[in-house]
Design a binder for this molecule. Structure first.
Ligand code: NAD
Ligand code: ZN
Ligand code: ZN
Length: 346
């Protein structure tokens, strides 16, 4: 089969690869029909994710059709159309029982990381019963691909951890796919103001179309002042960090109203300074989280009921044989205006 393989920092190729086989009785083999690329895949290609070693098939998002199931799989059978979660969960360990699936002692984020992933014609899914979802009828497959990772991430790590409330004021720093997923799902709770911050005017324009009440370009360094002005000097109730660099975490620290929550989503590769000297008396909460994809059933229900439209996140389409072009487009978002790219089996 064809598969997109990481071959070491800066090296990758679409290669002929052996088709995955069932390993444990709890496994399923899924024929991938649609997948996508995540910002994390770009980090892997740069060599930033040491757990992902050369030879690995990338990809942790997608939908497909069950080809074959192990003897212990009871919820799925060959021919079922399924959504693949980016998180594999045994459902039984201490962390799974606490719904912290990302910390599953034998699963978590392993797909396209420590085991072969979805950017291929077939993928082996461990713990199929608790890591796959049946596709609801009448919903576009491409919209469902947005539920493998980015919508649960924006919702769980940003909106739920950030305790977005009706009438509250929210800032989302970073208007990439994850920030936009937080923007779409924050609106479940009807906040009064949603201020989206980025350095890319094109992405800010997208945020406005997706429901941001205000946008701020932070390039000139005046974002804290601009946000304080928008909030009448008060600051925000929720600041969602959706970039993963020191400058954006620092901006979030500077715009918190008393009682606010700073919900970090970004993956940080370098240290950031915590300004307790100005925060100690402001009753703030700082949260961090790796996506658990525990909200996937709820998000599937909202999608089926058309309360959310993730199709808006999809900007480009490619077939699997053109996945190198898809990476090129996705990796040059400033030029290509790409958000999410869909890669179809054929
Ligand atoms: N916690 C989790 O489980 C989890 C899961 C998935 C992704 N992530 C992380 O979420 C973050 C966002 O992911 P993404 O795919 O949307 O990334 P992305 O790179 O596509 O988007 C980031 C956005 O931030 C903007 N930006 C960059 N520097 C900025 C700055 N100094 N000020 C303001 N804006 C700036 C960019 O213009 C871009 O629009 C990444 O760090 C990613 O690794 C975390
Ligand atoms: Zn991802
Ligand atoms: Zn587990």
């Amino acid at each position: 089969m064809k598969a997109f393989v990481y071959l070491g920092p800066g090296k990758h190729a679409l290669q002929d690869h052996s088709k995955p086989a069932l390993g444990l009785p709890t496994d399923a083999i899924v024929r991938v029909t649609k997948t996508t690329i995540c910002g994390t895949d770009l980090h892997i290609l740069k060599g930033d994710v040491p757990s992902c070693t050369p030879g690995r098939v990338l990809g942790h998002e997608g939908v497909g059709v069950v080809e074959e199931v192990g003897t212990a799989v009871t919820a799925f059978k060959a021919g079922d159309k399924v959504l693949v979660s980016c998180i594999s969960a045994c459902g039984k360990c201490e962390y799974c029982r606490r719904l912290m699936f990302s910390h599953c002692t034998t699963g978590g984020w392993i797909l396209g990381n420590t085991i072969d992933g979805t950017q291929a014609e077939f993928v082996r899914i461990p713990y199929a019963d608790t890591s796959l979802y049946h596709l609801p009828a009448g919903v576009d497959d491409e919209a469902l691909v947005m539920l493998s990772d980015i919508l649960p991430t924006g919702f769980e790590c940003g909106v739920l951890n950030g305790r977005v409330q009706p009438g509250s004021t929210v800032a989302i720093v970073g208007s990439g796919p994850i920030g936009l997923a937080a923007l779409l799902t924050a609106q479940f709770f009807s906040p009064a103001k949603i201020i989206v911050v980025d350095v890319d005017d094109n992405r800010l324009a997208t945020a406005s179309r997706f429901g941001a009440t205000h946008t701020v370009n932070s390039r000139d360094g005046t974002a804290p002042e601009q946000i304080l002005k928008i909030t009448n000097g008060r600051g925000v109730d929720t600041a969602i960090e959706a970039v993963g660099v020191a400058a954006t975490f620092d901006l979030c620290q500077k715009i918190l109203a008393p009682g606010a929550t700073l919900a970090n989503i970004g993956v940080h590769g370098a240290k950031v300074d915590l300004h307790l000297e100005s925060l100690w008396d402001r009753n703030i909460t700082i949260t961090t989280r790796l996506v658990d994809a525990a909200s996937t059933p709820m998000l599937l229900a909202t999608l089926t009921a058309r309360k959310i439209d993730p199709m808006r996140l999809i900007t480009h389409h490619f077939t699997l044989d053109r996945i190198e072009d898809a990476y090129e487009t996705f990796g040059n978002a400033a030029k290509s205006s790409a958000l999410k790219v869909i890669i179809s089996a054929r």
